[in-house]
Write a protein that binds this ligand. Structure first.
Ligand SMILES: [Zn+2]
Length: 126
């Protein structure tokens, strides 16, 4: 079965497998097997998948950082724990740096928030 393709240079129809365009003489580099996608495409699909996964990891890591900051002001133990959880999810999903930041800040800010909260409450009760 003869297949026809357009020359990428001049646009004239040329037979599949022809090495040169009969009209403009441009060299044509067809893929050897049309039925199998070239390995570059599969790599790109895998890359875009891991990008997508990393994007989700970044979202979780960012949420972790947000909750870590919130734990400074409100419910330090609860928000600190949430920040920790989001940080772990962020790392698992591929966002190592942001996830680690969320965990460190979550623990640190929860600790500071708890101390600050205790100080405020002891002042109120005194
Ligand atoms: Zn041509």
């Amino acid at each position: 079965m003869q297949q026809w393709y357009q020359c990428p240079s001049c646009g004239v129809t040329v037979a599949f497998g022809a090495r040169f365009c009969g009209n403009c003489g441009a060299s044509l580099n067809w893929p050897i097997q049309q039925t199998q996608p070239p390995p570059v495409n599969q790599q790109q699909i895998q890359q875009s998948r891991s990008y997508e996964q990393q994007r989700r990891g970044t979202i979780f890591g960012a949420l972790g950082v947000v909750f870590a900051v919130l734990s400074l002001g409100f419910f330090p133990i609860i928000f600190g724990a949430v920040a920790l959880a989001f940080g772990v999810i962020g790392i698992v999903r591929g966002s190592t740096v942001l996830g680690a930041v969320a965990i460190v800040l979550g623990v640190l800010f929860a600790f500071i928030g708890a101390l600050w909260g205790a100080a405020v409450w002891s002042n109120l009760l005194a």
